[in-house]
Design a protein around this ligand. Structure first.
Ligand code: HAM
Length: 440
């Protein structure tokens, strides 16, 4: 029977530009990053919050800022069937702030510390480390204005990156409060008056002058070299706050670089701003691994009560690229300790029961019951990097025994079938301390 080929069948469906599948072979990196984020969050007493991926567009326009790249060019926005303008979240801070107000968290014990993990959407120009859907881990502390919280977040983030095995450079700045910024913007505009800046900068000078400091054009960077620095315009309170943050970092031996050009691409920040780069990536070719800052006015901007806050978010894909570059070996969470190999129909049946019994004892057990040959199965066991293979064939069934093979040494021993569970437990416990996994 001949199959009729239609045009439809020729169409090759693919992920959209800037979107990626996370294939099984990469999952161990994702598990590893999430596990470390979770542990850090628990150690620093953050509670987990998940917010919806879709929010009202106005939430981001109000907070991130109408004149930012994110809102102007990068949001995935559309009208839903009810005519409401909605947006796939381009970050998490605004959503967490919305949730803080919506659930009356102001009446909780302050500060409220929340962490999140999930996909973020920005219509960015896709390249290495820059995607249209990417994941962030996000930490927010709401309800505290003390500089100790700013420094604690930076210290926590440094430790988190260290736990990934990634060395980072901390860049830090203070962009003051709306009052001292007003003065600074006057100075900056005056300085830029006779400078030939790029078209984007010319536009920014009018709409959002601080962002000029962020321009990546060589000519603009050159022009800005002698620009007045915002730190010199800080009011007394903002200066004191910044000095305390830096003193705390010194005390905790977290090194940092003062970067007077670090203004960040989101409008809601005031006072401390910071970013994390992989060490040696001074040109920031792959972009920041994470960034954040203080945002004392955001909650009021979306009709909440005055609530000082500070937070940071890290990009998961970018940190995974770095972890891979370090060549660090990451153990898969699904990696087993024991592999069951079977030969023949009777063995298959007995092994299915043994598999169930080993699992019941919280032993990480693997199999390839669809295979028949021993060589095939041992090859799979090898790839799975298990410690032991249990081999059951016709002869062992007749003798009521089973072969236990140490996969490192290749040494095989025959033992009584009913002794296999205590024997495996003894070997796993004996070699690595706590080796039996509790699934609870
Ligand atoms: P952000 O700097 O826009 O900050 O993003 C944080 C991190 O997300 C970046 O440092 C980077 O690692 C990652 N990232 C950003 N864009 C992309 C992309 N297109 N592809 C891959 N990774 C990307 C924020 O989002 C703020 N909400 C952080 C914050 C929390 N501030 C206060 N609290």
């Amino acid at each position: 029977m001949s199959r009729k080929k239609s045009n439809k069948s020729k169409f090759k469906f693919q992920t959209l530009r800037g979107f990626k599948d996370i294939l099984p072979e990469h999952q161990k990196f994702w598990d590893f990053v999430l596990k470390n984020v979770k542990e850090t969050a628990q150690d620093y007493s953050y509670q987990k919050i998940d917010t919806p991926i879709l929010e009202s567009s106005a939430l981001f326009e109000r907070t991130v800022g109408k004149e930012t790249d994110i809102v102007e060019k990068e949001m995935f926005s559309f009208e839903d069937r009810g005519g409401e303008k909605v947006t796939l979240r381009p970050e998490l801070t605004a959503s967490v702030a919305r949730a803080y107000i919506e659930h009356g968290m102001i009446s909780w014990s302050q500060p409220v510390k929340l962490w999140s993990w999930g996909p973020i959407f920005r219509y960015d120009k896709p390249q290495a480390g820059r995607y249209r859907q990417f994941y962030q881990f996000n930490f927010e502390v709401l309800g505290s204005s003390t500089p100790e919280i700013d420094s604690q977040i930076i210290i926590m983030a440094s430790e988190l990156y260290k736990s990934f095995g990634v060395e980072i450079d901390v860049q830090i700045n203070s962009i003051g409060c709306p009052e001292c910024r007003k003065e600074y913007i006057k100075l900056l505009k005056k300085y830029l008056r006779d400078k030939k800046m790029c078209a984007t900068c010319k536009d920014r000078i009018l709409k959002n002058p601080l962002r000029v400091l962020d321009c990546k054009e060589e000519k603009c960077k050159e022009n800005l070299r002698e620009a007045p620095q915002i730190i010199d315009s800080l009011c007394e309170e903002c200066k004191n706050h910044f000095v305390k943050v830096l003193e705390n970092l010194d005390e905790s031996e977290v090194s940092y670089n003062l970067n007077p050009f670090l203004v960040r691409g989101l409008d809601y920040y005031n006072r401390t701003t910071f970013e994390f780069y992989a060490k040696g990536d001074e040109q920031a070719t792959q972009g920041a691994l994470g960034g954040g800052g203080r945002y004392d006015y955001l909650i009021e901007q979306i009709n909440g009560r005055e609530t000082p806050a500070v937070g940071f978010a890290g990009g998961v894909e970018r940190v995974i690229l770095k972890i891979k570059e370090t060549g660090r070996e990451i153990k898969s969470e699904t990696q087993g300790d024991v592999f069951i190999a079977q030969l023949g129909e009777d063995a298959k049946k007995k092994c299915a029961k043994l598999f169930k019994d080993l699992r019941k004892e919280n032993i990480k057990v693997k199999e390839a019951f669809s295979k028949t040959g021993l060589t095939d199965q041992l090859e799979i066991a090898n790839k799975m990097k298990v410690r032991f293979a249990l081999i059951l064939g016709q002869k062992e069934i007749m003798d009521d025994t089973i072969i236990i093979r140490d996969m490192d040494s290749g040494i095989q021993e025959i033992i009584n079938f009913e002794k296999i569970i205590p024997e495996i437990k003894k070997r796993l416990l004996g070699e690595g301390g706590v080796k039996i996994y509790n699934s609870n």
